[in-house]
Design a protein around this ligand. Structure first.
Ligand code: HEC
Length: 184
């Protein structure tokens, strides 16, 4: 059902979305809605699997901060795959949305995040939704690669992709969340 909606709005990305979301793990958007509410998306979908991955890195890293295959149990690999799949799915959903809205006025996250206000975020989204989509697409591609690396149990590639994850977050945050900091 969800996929048929995606097919209408973004047929070419459908395959990626299906791969990223085989079990429907991330389904917080109302069925049939193609508006992406970013505060809810960040808090509920994007941030939790990211934190889980970073926490795992701390748990299984060697002295250099690399994912150490000697410390990775089969359960770690399965958990990593799950986190990566959820994050890839959430990123794909963000990239495929037709419209971006800072916060759902009837949802729980109408307070502005620290350092900015929702009207300012909305203005930036309205001014350049394609830039937002491009950052979201990059995150989606990055997390798909992470999912592949986890599936093939490639600890070196996992390390590299996890280390490069935060710059993906920051690139979009710098432009859409708190650009004020960079204007002084
Ligand atoms: C395509 C743009 C984009 C990408 C990519 C992105 N974010 Fe965000 N994020 C935002 C914007 C805009 C805000 C500020 C508005 C808000 O709070 O939702 C935000 C806010 C947040 C917040 C604060 C939520 C709150 O309001 O309290 C967290 C946490 C967060 N992002 C985590 C992440 C993480 C982790 C990643 C990378 C895995 C990421 N984001 C990637 C756009 C993005």
């Amino acid at each position: 059902m969800r996929h048929s909606i995606l097919m209408v709005s973004a047929g070419t990305a459908l395959v990626a979305a299906c791969v990223a979301n085989p079990d429907g793990a991330v389904e917080t958007a109302a069925a049939g809605s193609d508006i992406y509410y970013l505060r809810a998306g960040m808090i509920e979908d994007i941030n939790p699997p990211t934190e889980a991955i970073w926490n795992m890195q701390v748990e299984v890293m060697d002295d250099l901060g690399n994912f150490d295959p000697a410390l990775m149990t089969e359960q770690h690999w399965i958990d990593l795959e799950n986190h990566a799949r959820i994050l890839a799915s959430a990123s794909a959903r963000m990239a495929l949305a037709d419209a971006y809205v800072a916060a759902d006025p009837s949802g729980p996250y109408t307070e502005a995040p620290v350092g900015t206000d929702l009207a300012a975020i909305q203005q930036r989204l309205d001014a350049n939704p394609e830039a937002y989509r491009a950052f979201a697409t990059n995150l989606g591609e990055h997390t798909e690669r992470l999912l592949s690396a986890a599936r093939s149990r490639d600890a070196g590639m996992v390390t590299q992709l996890v280390n490069d994850l935060q710059p993906n977050c920051k690139a979009c945050h710098d432009v859409f969340w708190y650009p004020e900091e960079y204007q002084q």
